[in-house]
Design a protein around this ligand. Structure first.
Ligand SMILES: NC(=O)c1ccc[n+]([C@@H]2O[C@H](COP(=O)([O-])OP(=O)(O)OC[C@H]3O[C@@H](n4cnc5c(N)ncnc54)[C@H](OP(=O)(O)O)[C@@H]3O)[C@@H](O)[C@H]2O)c1
Length: 269
């Protein structure tokens, strides 16, 4: 099957490809198509009739096959691959993130993924003429400790995580600042801890920067909130935190994680 870019290069108009899309919906470019959130966003967006370009380092990992989904290979560190995925009319949804740590009790070193992402998104979207960016950050930026912190505030798992992930959240906060200082229409979403469970329809949001900590959000509810931002100006330019009343138990999550790692280590290579 010809790729969308090849069709365009061959002079075949986008209308041909997009004629099944619901009226007046902009096409979407989902960067991070293989992310847990990216997959759910793509599935929900297809149900709603959007045309989607999904970008991933390994597109074959995405097991969704649909005539309105074009998958392209790309890396957020490679501006040319981002530009090649964009035509200028898409709303860009970026769910790319730092890989889940192998052990949350271990310190994460210097992170530059989020600031590189911000720089490359600004460059690629500006060059291609895309205006709107919807991107994931985290409620963790609100409670982050400084890069220069010497030790965790206490030995409880929440304080350990804040300390161990301080470079990650510092880089995320820098990303937010870069995007808000750019000329893009940026919607920054800060979800709480996300889980792969059915929708609960219980989302709350806050723009005050003091979101209640350790709250759980389902990927399904988050994806619904993301898609609501495609044509809403409510949160353009002001980061919004997304949470629920369900409280995560950090000690229990750590136990679950350690059990998962133990099981994986017992599996044959
Ligand atoms: N999960 C949570 O509880 C949570 C909470 C708060 C905020 N967030 C943030 O929300 C966003 C989405 O989270 P998630 O849980 O859906 O993510 P995820 O499942 O951990 O997936 C991360 C994605 O980023 C991609 N990626 C990493 N480096 C890349 C690069 N250089 N170029 C292209 N793709 C790259 C990975 O691709 P590969 O498949 O190629 O590795 C993967 O698809 C992230 O920014 C995360 O930090 C997550």
């Amino acid at each position: 099957m010809l790729q969308r870019r090849e069709l365009i290069a061959a002079g075949i108009g986008l209308l041909t490809l997009r004629n099944t899309s619901a009226a007046n919906q902009p096409p979407l470019a989902v960067f991070g198509a293989t992310a847990r959130s990216g997959r759910v966003i793509i599935a929900q967006a297809l149900e709603r009739g959007y045309d989607i370009t999904g970008l991933a380092r390994s597109p074959h990992k995405l097991d969704i096959d649909h005539p309105r989904l074009q998958l392209v290979k790309g890396d957020i560190r490679d501006v040319a691959s981002l530009e090649a995925a964009l035509d200028g009319d898409e709303v860009v949804i970026c769910m790319i993130g730092y890989p889940t740590p192998k052990d949350p009790t271990q310190e994460i070193g210097e992170v530059d993924l989020y600031t590189v992402m911000a720089r490359n998104l600004i460059t690629a979207m500006t060059n291609q003429g895309n205006r709107r960016l919807i991107i994931a950050s985290s409620t963790g930026v609100e409670t982050r400790v400084g890069r220069d912190a010497a030790a965790p505030a206490s030995a409880n798992p929440t304080d350990m995580w804040r300390f161990n992930a301080r470079y990650l959240y510092a880089d995320m906060a820098d990303m937010e600042e870069m995007l808000l200082g750019s000329s893009l229409d940026t919607v920054i979403l800060r979800p709480g801890f996300m889980v792969e469970e059915p929708a609960r329809n219980d989302l709350k949001f806050s723009t005050s920067g003091d979101t209640p900590p350790a709250r759980v959000v389902t990927y399904e509810d988050f994806a619904d909130f993301v898609l609501a931002q495609v044509d809403s100006n409510e949160f353009v330019g002001r980061p919004v935190s997304i949470y629920s009343d369900m409280i995560m138990d950090p000690a229990a999550e750590l136990k679950k994680f350690q059990e998962k790692m133990r099981q994986q280590s017992q599996q044959p290579q």
